[in-house]
Design a protein around this ligand. Structure first.
Ligand code: MLT
Length: 403
């Protein structure tokens, strides 16, 4: 049965009882929050609404194993255990991130009903999402690539698609693309110094590109379509510069070819100070107002803590290193007209960091590149409008000669 990768849920003090820990009612809410988060990162929070049915809870049992306190970060997954004609049984586990201890487990039974409360058969799309066939389960692989060990979320079989995250994010920004771009072996690594990967040594676009090529070597991947968002795009340019024969196609999301301006370099210095003095979460907080589009900030406020949590998964050296690497990155504009692989440029309509004007200029400089603008999304288009971005990526991948 289908298992969905865990999402992070922070325990807040207002959810806790007089004794100071999560009580039964609050636990049910934590599990529910995680389910919506899993749905919105995967098939979309409107999955049931699209099919005019509603998953009504018929029974829920929580097993408490250990208490959870305010500030605890829980990793909550979801696994569909049984699918009936109109019913769905699910198990969810809440694991404390700090030490991997299982805190609580939920067994929950839903019946899909219509507006009048009558049970309705589970629609075929929902059945297929909960019973994936021919696709490998989520797997976090870890490979030594020289001085560091890198972790990557790897899913599916087929030609390789390398998904390189932006800053200050990690591989989990690609959750929707990793879950849905079937027919491709989706490889979403954490760059050195963040997420589940180790921090060590130097940081530069060249080092990141070397790390990723070694990761592909370890996975016996000769060529991949490379998708990079923002920082991921800077690294994709470096892969073209240094390892052209490994790149079968490019998807450049919310990124730019130009190097930092003097003003940009100065603001990297400020953020390096913030990272050192106040930690990676503080850098995430500072950047957030420009990362998420204005529509997303209004309509999807849950993405704010999600991005902040990704920033918190960076180590201080990893974050300082990435800021220095972006400050010192080479200009890639001269490279653009030499790109000779199919290329798709994607940009959020409300992206203020790398706005659509830049994306248009980049598209015209790359021979035979196409461009798509994502409505109502900002700089983190793949996270803010996951279904729309996965759809345009799927259409592009369909047409790319398979590596
Ligand atoms: C990113 O999203 O990777 C960053 O905005 C890149 C940058 O700061 O140049």
């Amino acid at each position: 049965m289908s298992q969905f990768p865990p999402v992070d849920v922070t325990v807040y003090s207002y959810e806790c009882d007089a004794f100071g820990h999560l009580n039964q009612a609050a636990y049910l809410q934590v599990f529910e929050r995680a389910r919506w988060e899993i749905l919105s990162r995967g098939p979309g929070a409107d999955l049931f609404e699209r099919h005019k049915v509603w998953p009504a809870v018929r029974r829920a049992t929580v097993d408490y194993l250990l208490p959870a306190f305010p500030g605890d970060l829980l990793k909550v997954d979801a696994e569909v255990e049984k699918l009936g004609e109109t019913s769905l049984e699910m198990r969810q586990r809440a694991v404390r991130a700090r030490d991997g201890k299982l805190l609580a487990e939920l067994h929950i039974v839903f019946v899909t009903i219509d507006r009048e409360g009558r049970p309705k058969p589970i629609p075929a799309e929902i059945v297929s999402i909960f019973t994936p066939r021919g696709s490998r389960a989520a797997e976090v692989v870890r490979h030594d690539v020289g001085e560091v060990s890198l972790a990557a979320d790897v899913r599916g079989d087929g030609p390789a698609l390398l998904l390189i995250h932006g800053f200050p994010l990690d591989h989990s920004m690609w959750t929707h693309q990793v879950a849905t771009l079937k027919g491709w072996r989706r490889i979403a690594p954490d760059l050195r110094g963040c997420g589940l990967s180790e921090a060590a040594g130097d940081y530069s676009m060249a080092t990141y590109a070397d790390d990723l090529v070694r990761l592909l070597d370890q996975m016996q991947v000769k060529k991949a379509v490379v998708a990079g968002l923002s920082l991921g795009g800077y690294i994709a340019f470096e892969l073209v510069r240094r390892y052209r024969d490994r790149v079968a196609g490019l998807i450049l999301l919310d990124t730019r070819a130009e190097a930092d301006t003097a003003e940009g370099r100065a603001s990297r210095e400020t953020l390096i100070e913030v990272a050192r003095k106040a930690g990676p979460g503080a850098v995430g907080e500072r950047m957030l107002p420009r990362l998420l589009g204005r529509t997303t900030q209004r309509t999807q406020p849950h993405l704010v803590p999600q991005v902040k949590e990704m920033a918190e998964r960076w180590s201080v050296p990893g974050m300082v290193g990435a800021l220095g690497a972006m400050r010192d990155r080479p200009d890639s504009t001269a490279l653009l007209h030499t790109v000779d692989v199919p290329t798709l440029v994607v940009v959020g309509e409300e992206d203020e960091v790398t706005p659509p004007t830049l994306a248009r200029a980049m598209t015209s400089a790359i021979p035979s590149a196409a461009m798509t603008t994502i409505a109502a999304a900002g700089h983190l288009s793949a996270l803010e409008a996951p279904s729309a971005v996965s759809r345009v990526m799927a259409e592009f991948l369909e047409a790319v000669p398979k590596p």
